[in-house]
Design a protein around this ligand. Structure first.
Ligand code: GDP
Length: 295
C-alpha cells in the first residue's frame, strides 16, 4: 500500500552518489521524502516537521554528506530517532494500591471495554492477579452488558449497578467490594463520547480524583491518525493520564499516531491492541513501531 521509505531513501542517495556529490540541498530534498512518508503513516504534520528538522541536525552532525553509505546512514538516523522518541520511560504498569486501581479513558469506540478485558485477562494469567472489572459506562445500556460478556469470556467478575448513574459512587462501592472479597486490581471502564465534551471530561476527572488510580490509561484508536493528537492533548490536559494504549494496530494503519501522541503529550505508550480477541494485547515496542512507520 505504501512505498517503503528505507528503500526510497537508499535509492535517492544512490542516484545522488552517482552524480558524484551530495550536498545539503540534496539532504533537504531527501528529508522531504521522510516527511511525506511520515504523513503517509498518519503522523501529525507539525510533529513530522519538527521530526525532520531534528533528523537534519543529526545527519549534519554525523557527516552524512561524506559518508560511504549515506542512504543507509540516513535510514539509521531516522529509525533511531523514531524509536528513541517513542521509547524512554519504562512502560510497565505500576500497581501498588491495595487494591490497585486502573482507570480507562478515551472516546467511545476507541476500545476501552475490549482493552479492559484484555488487561484483566493478562493480569490474571501472567501476573497471577485477581482482578475485578467495574462498569462505569452508565449511559449506553449495552455497555454494561458488553463488559459482562468480556468479563465472562476471561473469567473475571464484573461489578455493576445498572440503576445507578453516579459513577463516583459505583466506583467507591466497587473498591469496597474488592477489599472485602480480596480482589487486588480494580479495572474501571468508563463512558466515552464520539467527540470530547465537557460533561464527559468533568465526569471522568471527578472519578479520577475520587478513586486516585495507580494508572490512568488513555485508550486511542490508531486508525484515527491525525485526530488522535488533539484527543490525546485534551484528555491529558484534564486527566494528566500516565500511559497510552494504542488499539487496532491490526488494521492497515502504519501507526503514526504513536509518534504524534508520544511527542505531543510526552506520556509513554504502554500497550497496543492487535485484534478483537482477548489475547490480542502486546506491550509496546518502540523499535518495532519505528520499523512499522518506516515500512
Ligand atoms: P469502547 O467504546 O471504547 O469501550 O470500545 P470497544 O471496546 O467497545 O471497541 C469498539 C470496537 O472496536 C469493538 O467492535 C471492538 O471489538 C473493536 N476493537 C477494540 N480493540 C480492537 C483492536 O485492537 N483491534 C481490532 N481490530 N478491533 C478492536
Amino acid at each position: 500500500m505504501f512505498e517503503n521509505l528505507s528503500d526510497r531513501l537508499e535509492r535517492s542517495f544512490k542516484i545522488l552518489k552517482g552524480e558524484g556529490k551530495i550536498t545539503e540541498i540534496n539532504v533537504a530534498e531527501t528529508l522531504k521524502d521522510v516527511r511525506r512518508a511520515l504523513l503517509d503513516a498518519d503522523v501529525n504534520y507539525k510533529v513530522a516537521k519538527s521530526f525532520t528538522d531534528e533528523v537534519k541536525r543529526k545527519a549534519m552532525g554525523m557527516n552524512v554528506l561524506t559518508a560511504v553509505k549515506p542512504g543507509q546512514l540516513m535510514v539509521k538516523i531516522v529509525h533511531d530517532e523514531l524509536a528513541g522518541l517513542m521509547g524512554g520511560t519504562a512502560a510497565e504498569l505500576k500497581l501498588e494500591g491495595r487494591p490497585a486501581i486502573v482507570l480507562m479513558s478515551g472516546l467511545q469506540g476507541s476500545g476501552k471495554t475490549t482493552f479492559s478485558g484484555k488487561l484483566a485477562n493478562m493480569l490474571k494469567k501472567k501476573n497471577r492477579k485477581n482482578p475485578l472489572l467495574v462498569a462505569c459506562d452508565v449511559y449506553r445500556p449495552a455497555a454494561i452488558e458488553q463488559l459482562k460478556v468480556v468479563g465472562e469470556s476471561v473469567g473475571v467478575p464484573v461489578y455493576s449497578e445498572p440503576d445507578n448513574k453516579d459513577v463516583v459512587a459505583i466506583a467507591g462501592n466497587a473498591i469496597r467490594e474488592a477489599k472485602a472479597k480480596g480482589y487486588d486490581v480494580v479495572i474501571i471502564d468508563t463512558a466515552g463520547r464520539l467527540a470530547v465534551d465537557e460533561e464527559m471530561m468533568n465526569e471522568i476527572a471527578s472519578l479520577k480524583e475520587a478513586v486516585n488510580p495507580d494508572e490512568t490509561l488513555f485508550v486511542v484508536d490508531s486508525m484515527t491518525g491525525q485526530d488522535a493528537v488533539n484527543t490525546a492533548r485534551e484528555f491529558n490536559d484534564r486527566l494528566d493520564f500516565n500511559g497510552v494504549v494504542l488499539t487496532k494496530l491490526d488494521g492497515d494503519t502504519r501507526g503514526g499516531a504513536a509518534l504524534s501522541i508520544r511527542t505531543v503529550v510526552t506520556k509513554p505508550i504502554k500497550f497496543v491492541g492487535t485484534g478483537e480477541k482477548m489475547e490480542a494485547i502486546d506491550v509496546f515496542h518502540p523499535e518495532r513501531m519505528a520499523d512499522r512507520i518506516l515500512g
